[in-house]
Design a protein around this ligand. Sequence first.
Ligand SMILES: CC(C)(COP(=O)(O)OP(=O)(O)OC[C@H]1O[C@@H](n2cnc3c(N)ncnc32)[C@H](O)[C@@H]1OP(=O)(O)O)[C@@H](O)C(=O)NCCC(=O)NCCS
Length: 193
Amino acid sequence: MTDDVTIREATPQDAEQLIAHVHRVAAEPDIDLVLMPGEFKVTVEEERKFLADHAAADNSSVFVAEAAGRLVGVVVCTGGTRRALRHAATLGITVAKDWRGRGVGSRLVARAVEWARGTGVVTRIELTVFVRNEAARRVYEKLGFVVEGRRRNAVCRDGVYFDDFVMALTGKGPEPPLGAATHRSRSIRRTSG
Ligand SMILES: CC(C)(COP(=O)(O)OP(=O)(O)OC[C@H]1O[C@@H](n2cnc3c(N)ncnc32)[C@H](O)[C@@H]1OP(=O)(O)O)[C@@H](O)C(=O)NCCC(=O)NCCS
């Protein structure tokens, strides 16, 4: 369905297209995001640095979906900076409106999960999602994320309150769980010691 779409790691050269993409998505009325129209004021220089920093970090990454040279989706995973939170990456995703419902979002999140497994650092991916955002919840659940809790009135857009769910994929998720290698090596050490 999405053979014409390539998923690849973002580079600083994607900064302009990414900013334009976020502006378009944020401008959609009734979008289930915490970003209001016109609120994303990141400059090209700042976005380039954001992308370079994510590429350099061992617990952060950005992947884009591209179709015929056009950026049609992005997933951002940002790892914690404190030592006790370095294993946890927060995920955010958007797909261009005319590309939704064609499997792009599922491929982006699957790529992020695959990346996390390969880091040797990230053992938890977490996110928040509007309770009413069934398409997003479906994508996350398909890939093994589970609801950990509901935050009441967590978001207020133009005076309207929304509940959201905290969802995460972690070492206790379905096989192969994130961080499986770490858990295995620990139990081997225990049994042989
Ligand atoms: C959420 C989002 C990233 C999903 O990307 P996408 O490319 O549309 O996702 P996919 O096509 O891979 O999958 C969508 C899934 O939701 C399902 N779906 C769509 N609308 C649905 C609905 N109203 N109720 C239940 N399931 C729904 C689809 O059937 C599909 O599931 P399937 O693969 O089992 O058939 C995209 O819709 C988006 O960018 N939305 C706006 C921004 C946003 O909400 N971001 C997420 C914030 S947490």
